[in-house]
Write a protein that binds this ligand. Sequence first.
Ligand code: NZQ
Ligand code: ZN
Length: 390
Amino acid sequence: MLGNFVYSNPTKLYFGEDSKKHLAEALKGYGNNVLLTYGGGSIKRNGIYDDVMSVLSESGKKVVELPGVMPNPTLEKVMEGVKAVRENGIDFILAVGGGSTIDYSKAVAAAANYEGDAWQTFWVEQKDPSEDAKILPIGAVLTMAGTGSEMNGGSVITNEPIKMKIGKVFDDRLMPKFAILNPKYTFSVPRNQMVAGIFDTMSHIMEQYFSGDDDSTSDYLSEGLMRSLIASSRVAVKDPENYEARSNIMWSATWALNTLIGEGKTQDWMVHMIGHAISAFTHATHGMTLAGVSIAYYRLVMKYGIHRFARFAKVVWDITPEGKTEGQLANAGIDALAAWIKEIGAASDISSLGVTEDMIEGIANATIDLPGGYHHLTHDEIVSVLKNSL
Ligand code: NZQ
Ligand code: ZN
């Protein structure tokens, strides 16, 4: 571990099938005027809404509902939330959903008491709210595993008119105060969303793993998480109601992106930057965009970080190094990743996500350029990753 860092994570987690019993206790100490945010209605069909509402009413909370948070939440929708907070004197936001609802709630919490242009300040300029900013506390009941939003400060928002999807990682003040993680709540997630969440988790780990070359505990933690995720994914795609597999997937997703495995490291995140630009153009599901471009991306950058890619093949995929050059071993690791993408039913290309040749230049232009991986991509290389992913 050669880097310097400060590690802190204020989110209190309640995990397991009994975790819902802790919601009342978790809500204690927070305000009485609760904004309940959720998505397109899955929580009404699977009973989670009833579970949460009964606790809220037993706890004497006054609830204002804000439904309809869409996957890849928009700035326009954030402004609707800001209005609801201001008009109703909201003092706590309870997000019930996946990454979209939780990210959305952080955005509303940051923007609600901000008088300036929230999009420009927080997402474009990547500034944090001022020290004296009044930030609403949020809590989360997680219904879908993948983003890690339940234990991080990330808030990814899409500005539809200008086709920009940008993530802002807020500081501790915007992280959920608590999160209820009940793996059973994820049983009703449609198969393609479950798979997208699994690949999103894998991608979060790879974005942090494929960078740097010192001997770092963070990378060993990443390898363990990837092995657990791959093993559980193979069970879950055959048997989605396997509690053990779904609970491992949920826990892996949380730890994949709560800053732990990125400590002391430079990080890549270019697969995410390309994936976000694809979603801004197509509304495609986040995890699928990542699966669709990962193979072309890693084949391109592999030669710049060959030792790490060879280690990935050996440690994560159990590929025997005997009789192989380092390059062959590294390639075999990416082959294994490609085979796993097919095996679990994630996207192997971006055409199936609605990307057409004429969009490529626009998507490449909307891709935010980050220098932290093994190779800093040029514009032409981004175009070539996209073309090779079609
Ligand atoms: O809207 P509802 O009806 O609830 O349906 C949702 C939605 O259609 C459904 N769903 C969720 N839980 C369910 C369920 N359906 C049945 N039963 C359940 N228990 O699944 C669909 C997808 O939900 P969504 O919240 O959009 O998925 P996800 O958790 O993958 O979140 C994606 C968003 O998070 C951002 C992505 O960019 C995207 O906008 N990310 C956030 C990150 C962070 N905070 O750190 C990092 C990630 O890299 C990512 O960028
Ligand atoms: Zn992601």
